[in-house]
Design a protein around this ligand. Structure first.
Ligand code: HIF
Length: 290
């Protein structure tokens, strides 16, 4: 792992790209789990309570680190740690979000807008004092459209952005020993595209008969693919579905809208002062909020 000059974020991007390929791990890339790390670090945000979000990198500490919703993300954090060790000038909060953005691009997706400035909690005690109560904010894949809206409206997203974001399930897979669910959504889960939306619309998704949690399956090109109940909700809901159809038909539109929505996700709760630094405040709220 190389050190790059302080403030050289393109240098950090290059370091992330160097570690993505990992034969023997899942589908040969740690890209998808880095995308999930960036999203779970950010997705605790509440627009109303003005807390949660990626600032602080609270997932290094309990209770976020041991939250069942974050199972498996310890691997992502371990994979990325050597980059931090070689470049301690970057905050973990910046590194995790930048790594997710870089992974999307490196897997053939759009360039995600990203800005530095996040600050890390100095310790577990500081995290407890500053974070506020952000328990149980990540989504439950067993639920439906109303739950998806509750979670993403809380962060400040609308229906179109929710569907655009969902394109990230083109990447990676579910692991029975992490979430309980099992399998990839698409045949090539380390390449970003609009396949996920095409498959949602063109395949017959049937309940999988197995001992695990309720999920859907379809065999495509000899591969058993899966959809979560929350994925199927996107084609059953009358407002979500037209966006699934648009993104299935127009990959360029997906890339544009995904980049905007994922960039917005990584920014949630990151309120910078005039010098570009996002300070931490008690209760986890925005220092400038009324
Ligand atoms: Fe996921 N997601 N996600 N997700 N997710 C999993 C895996 C990934 C939801 C549930 C799951 C988003 C929204 C939601 C990624 C990216 C994003 C898994 C499997 C579950 C259960 C975890 C495991 O077992 O390893 C739910 C309920 C969501 C709300 C609808 C985002 C839009 C799609 C915000 C998003 O960006 C990625 C990438 C993975 C793959 C991780 C891997 O290790 O391969």
């Amino acid at each position: 792992m190389s050190s790059v000059p302080k403030g050289d974020y393109d240098g950090i991007r290059a370091e992330v790209k160097k570690i993505l390929k990992r034969p023997g791990y899942d589908d040969g890339s740690i890209g998808p789990v880095l995308v999930r790390l960036a999203w779970h670090a950010s997705g605790t945000y509440s627009a109303k309570e003005k807390n949660g979000g990626s600032n602080g990198a609270g997932m290094r500490f309990a209770p976020e680190s041991s939250d069942g919703a974050n199972a498996g993300l310890e691997f992502a954090r371990e994979f990325i740690d050597p980059i931090h060790a070689a470049n301690p000038w970057i905050s973990y909060a910046d590194l995790w979000t930048l790594a997710g953005a870089t992974a999307v691009e490196a897997m053939g997706g759009p360039k995600i807008p990203w800005k530095p400035g996040r600050t890390d909690f100095a310790s577990e005690v500081a995290a407890t004092e500053y974070r506020g109560n952000i328990d149980n904010r990540l989504p439950d894949a067993a639920l439906g459209a109303q739950h998806i809206r509750d979670v993403f409206y809380r962060m400040g997203f609308n229906d179109q952005e929710i569907v655009a974001l969902s394109g990230a399930h083109n990447l990676g897979r579910c692991h029975a020993d992490r979430s309980g669910f099992d399998g990839p959504w698409v045949v090539n889960p380390i390449r970003f595209s609009n396949q996920y939306f095409k498959l949602l619309l063109t395949r017959k998704w049937v309940p999988r008969k197995w001992d695990g949690p309720f999920q859907y399956e379809a065999i495509v090109a000899g591969t058993r693919l899966m959809m979560l109940p929350t994925d199927i909700a996107l084609i059953e809901d009358p407002v979500f579905r037209p966006w699934v159809e648009k993104y299935a038909a127009d990959q360029a539109l997906l890339f544009k809208d995904f980049a905007a929505a994922f960039g917005k996700l990584l920014e949630l709760g990151v309120d910078r002062d005039g010098t570009g630094v996002a300070h931490l405040v008690k209760g986890g709220g925005c220092p400038f909020a009324a």
